[in-house]
Design a protein around this ligand. Structure first.
Ligand code: ATP
Length: 365
C-alpha cells in the first residue's frame, strides 16, 4: 500500500479555476474521505490522482514515486466509479479478470484471483452471471472486486454508494470499512454525504470551491470546526447559527447578546471574545435539551418556547423551536409524544457553544 502526496496541484477548466494550488498528504493505509458540496472539486481531485484528469500545474506522488506524468495504468491505483462501469456482455468472472487478461496474466492465475476476490466479497455464487442479472449491491461488489484483483497501491472510490438504497448503503459502508481493516489498503473516497464520511473515514478532507477548509479526524471536524462552513456542514441535523455581540457579563465574565434578544453568559473562560466583537454563535441539536428528556447540562441557558415542528424518528425526536431571533433544533432522546404548539422548557448547554468571528467566519478559541 502507499501514501499519496499532492503538492500545489492546480486545475483550470478553460478560464475556470476549479482547484487552486491544493496540498494534501494521505497516509499509507489510511481511509480518507474527500467531502464537500456539489462542485467543490472532489471528483476532479480524485480524477487527477487517478490520472484521468491532467493537472494544470503541481506534482503528485504515490508511494514516494512521482506519477504526475504517468498514464493511469502505471500509477498503481484502481478506481471504483459511481456507475460501476461493468461490461454488460461479460460474466462476473470475466469482468473481474478482464484487466488481468489484458495485462497478460495466465488463465489459471486469473481464475485463482477471481475466486479469491469473489470469496472475499461474497459474490462467488454469481461468477457466471452477467451484470444485468445482479442486484445493485452485487454489482457494486463486482466493481470493487475488479479493483481488488489489480492489487493496487491505493483504491479510489468516486461516490460508489450513491446508487444504492438507504439500507444497502448502510450495509456497504460496514463492508467497505471491514475491507479496509482486512487489507490495510489506502483508500481515497469521494462523497457529498457527510454522514458517510463521518462513519467510514479515518480522516475527512472537507473542500469548498477547490480549497480545503479543514482536514482531520471526523471528531476533530465535529468538535473543533475551523470555521462556520465546516461547523454547518459536519453534523446532522446541522448546527444553527445566531448573530450577536460580546459584552461584559454579570459577575465579570463575558456574555453574548444575541441580536434576537437572549443573552448567553459565557462563564469566565480566559479566551472569551472581547466586548464589542461581533460573533456568530453555533448551537448543535444535541446541545439543546428539553427539560425532563435527557441529562440537563451543568451550565444551561433555560428558555421556554412553543414547538414549531416535531419530527419523530423512533429512537429520537427532532424539535424546532423559536430562539435568538431564529429557530433552534433540539434533539430529544427517549422521546415522548410532543405536538406542535406544546410549550416546553429547553436548556442550551453553555459549555458546548461554538463561537465564530462574524466577519471572517473563523472559529474563536
Ligand atoms: P459533485 O459532488 O457534484 O460531483 P464535485 O465536488 O465532485 O461535485 P467536480 O466534479 O470536481 O466537483 O467539479 C469541480 C468544478 O469544476 C465544478 O464547478 C465543475 O462544474 C467544474 N468542472 C468539472 N469538470 C469540468 C470540465 N470537464 N469542464 C469544465 N468545468 C468542469
Amino acid at each position: 500500500m502507499a501514501s499519496v502526496s499532492i503538492r500545489a496541484l492546480d486545475k483550470w477548466f478553460g478560464d475556470f479555476h476549479a482547484i487552486p494550488a491544493l496540498d494534501l498528504d494521505i497516509e499509507d493505509g489510511s481511509f480518507v474521505a474527500l467531502v464537500g458540496p456539489s462542485g467543490c472539486g472532489k471528483s476532479t481531485t480524485l480524477r487527477m490522482i487517478a490520472g484521468l484528469e491532467t493537472p494544470t500545474a503541481g506534482r503528485l506522488m504515490i508511494g514516494g514515486r512521482d506519477v504526475t506524468d504517468l498514464p493511469p495504468r502505471e500509477r498503481g491505483v484502481a478506481m471504483v466509479f459511481q456507475s460501476y462501469a461493468l461490461y454488460p456482455h461479460m460474466t462476473v468472472r470475466e469482468n473481474l479478470t478482464f484487466g488481468l487478461r489484458v495485462a497478460g496474466v495466465g488463465t489459471a492465475e486469473r481464475a485463482r484471483q477471481a475466486l479469491e476476490a469473489a470469496r472475499l466479497l461474497e459474490i462467488e455464487p454469481y461468477l457466471d452471471r452477467r451484470p444485468a442479472q445482479l442486484s445493485g449491491g452485487q454489482r457494486q461488489r463486482v466493481a470493487i472486486g475488479r479493483a481488488l484483483v489489480r492489487k493496487p497501491d491505493a483504491f479510489l472510490f468516486d461516490e460508489p454508494l450513491s446508487n444504492l438504497d438507504a439500507q444497502l448503503r448502510n450495509a456497504m459502508r460496514i463492508e467497505l470499512k471491514k475491507l479496509h481493516q482486512r487489507l490495510g489498503a489506502t483508500i481515497v473516497f469521494v462523497t457529498h454525504d457527510q454522514v458517510e464520511a463521518m462513519t467510514m473515514a479515518d480522516r475527512i478532507v472537507l473542500m469548498r470551491k477547490g480549497v480545503i477548509e479543514q482536514a482531520g479526524t471526523p471528531l476533530d471536524l465535529f468538535e473543533r470546526p475551523a470555521n462556520g462552513f465546516v461547523a454547518g456542514f459536519i453534523g446532522a441535523p446541522a448546527m444553527r447559527f445566531f448573530a450577536g455581540v460580546a459584552e461584559a457579563g454579570p459577575g465579570g465574565g463575558t456574555a453574548i447578546r444575541l441580536d434576537g434578544g437572549e443573552t448567553l453568559p459565557m462563564g469566565d473562560a480566559a479566551a472569551a471574545p472581547e466586548p464589542g466583537r461581533r460573533v456568530r454563535v453555533g448551537i448543535r441539536p444535541e446541545d439543546v435539551v428539553p427539560r425532563g428528556h435527557g441529562l440537563p447540562p451543568q451550565r444551561g441557558f433555560a428558555f421556554t418556547a412553543p414547538v414549531l415542528l416535531s419530527e419523530p424518528l423512533g429512537n429520537e425526536t427532532l424539535l424546532i423551536a423559536p430562539f435568538g431571533g431564529g429557530e433552534v433544533t433540539s434533539r430529544m432522546y427517549r422521546p415522548k409524544p410532543v405536538r406542535v404548539g406544546d410549550v416546553l422548557e429547553f436548556a442550551v448547554d453553555l459549555d458546548r457553544l461554538h463561537l465564530f468571528d462574524e466577519a471572517s467566519e473563523l472559529a474563536l478559541p
